[in-house]
Unconditional design. Sequence first.
Lengths: 339, 197
Amino acid sequence: MTEHDDYLWDRSGDADPDVVRLEQLLAPLAHRGERLRDLPDRAVRRSVVRVVIPLLTAAASIALVIAGADFAARQRGAGWAVEALDGAPLVDGRRIGADGSIRAGEALETDADSRARLDVGGFGTVEIEPDTRLRIVSARDEAQRLALDRGRIHALIWAPPGRFAVSTPSATAIDLGCAYTLDVDPAGHGLVQVISGWVAFEDAGRESFIPEGAICATRRGRGPGTPRYLDAPEGYEAALATLDFGAPDDPGRAAALDLVLREARSRDALTLWHLLSRGSPDERARVYDRMAALVPPPVGVTRAAILRRDQPALDAWWNALGLDTADWWRVWKTRWGRK
Amino acid sequence: MSDVLPSVELAAERVAGIRGRAGVIRFAPGQAAEDGQLVRAARAGDREAFERLYERYARMVHGLLLARFGRADVEDLVQDVFLAAWRRLDDLRDPAAFGGWLAAITRRRAADHVRRPTMVELPEHVAAAEETSALTDAGTVLRTIASLPDAYRETLVLRLVEGLTGPEIAQRTGLTAASVRVNLHRGMKLLREKLNV
C-alpha cells in the first residue's frame, strides 16, 4: 500500500491527483437525497418462533431482571429535586410535594397554569414552562439525559460538556456548557436559542453547532436545520426554512439561497459554513464563492476540497471563522470527544 | 417516543464524531446498535424509523445499483429495494445487521433487473462536449468502472461516486475493512490501466 492508497482508503495522507479528479468528476452522479416514497401499510408478522421463544425466555429473564434491579436502580441515580414554581405540576400524575423529587423513567408535566424547576443533580437547573412534558431518561452523574416531548424548557448547565443532553422528536440537543431555551411544538418540531456557550443539535448524523446568540430550528424527520444569529438579516428565517426543510425541487429554493448569500455579513459565515455541506453541488459552489469573499479560506483549503466536503478542509475553515469560543470547542473535542 | 430513549444515549456516544461531514450521514460507534433499534421500531410499523434507515443507507443502495445500471434506472430501483426491505423486515434475524442484509437485497434486486450497464444519464454540466479525455467524461469513467468485477466496481462507486470512505463502506455493507481495502486497491489499479492514467 502507498500513501496514495491511504487517500483512496479514508482520505488521509497525500491526495492522489487521479482519485481527486475522479471524485470531482463523478460526485454529481451520487444519490441526490431524494425522499423515500410513501410506504404501504405492512402487516406485522408474528411467527410461531417469535411468539413461543419470547414466552420461554421470559421465565429465565425474570430471574435476571430481579438480579439486575438493584444494579439498574444504582444506574438510574438517586433522582433530582423538583419544585413547583406555579400551579400544580405533576410527576407521573402525582402532585409535587414539599420535597419533591423525580427519577429516571418518570415524566414531569405542566399544564397551562403551572411551571416547575428541576435541579439537575448539582450540575445545573432546568425550568419547565407551562404545557410541557419532560421525561427523565437517565439521572446518572456521568450521563444526564432528558427527553422533551413538547413544550419549553430553559436550561442552565455547568456540567462538563457532553454530559447533559435533551432529546426531542426531531433532534438531540447536546449541551456543551451553556444556557439555552429549547422549544418543541405539538408536531415534534424544535427550536433552540442559545443564551451563552454552545449547543450541538444532532439527529441521525446531521449536526448543527449553535453558539451564543444564535438560534436553530429542527423538523421531525429532517433533523436540525441551519443555525443563524438572532440579528441575522431580514428574511433569513424563512429562507433557511426553505433550504433546510423544503422539497429539493421547491421553486422558491433558488430565491432563498439568493437572499441568504446576498445579505450575508462576515458574521453570517456561521450560517454559510453549515450550508457548505448541504444542498446540491451547484448550491454549495455558490455558497463557497460567497463565503470565500466574506472570510477567505485559510492557506491550503481549496475550493475543490470544500466542494467534495473534505472534513479537514471544512474544519480548517471553521477555525478561521473567528468565533469567540471556537478554541474552547476544540479543546473540548480533544479532551472529551474522544472518550 | 419510545425510540427516543436509546437514541439519546447513542447521540451522546456520537459526540466524538459530531463534527463529522455535515450533511452526509457518517457513522460512529454504536451505529449498528441504533440500526437495530430503528429496525425494531420499523417492524412495529414506525415509518419514521424506516425513513431514518433510508436516509442512512440510500447512498449505499444507490451506489451498488449505479455500479450495474444506468442512472435512469437506478432512482426507481433504489425505491424498489427499500420497499422490498420494508415488506421483509421480519426476515431480518439480527436487526443490527441491517446494512449487510440490505446490501444483499440490493444485489438480488439488481440480478432480477435484466438490463445490463447502459448509457449513463448525466447532468448537463458534468460532461463538456469539447472534452474528450477519459478523465473528463463521467459516463466513460462510470462505464469503465461498471466493466470491472462486482467487488471492485461496487467499492469504487461507493468511494468515488457516493463519497463514502473505506471504513464507511465496510460498516454499511457488512464487509470487513480488509476486504474493502483490497477491493479498492485492486479496483483502482484496474481502473487506471483501463483508463490509461
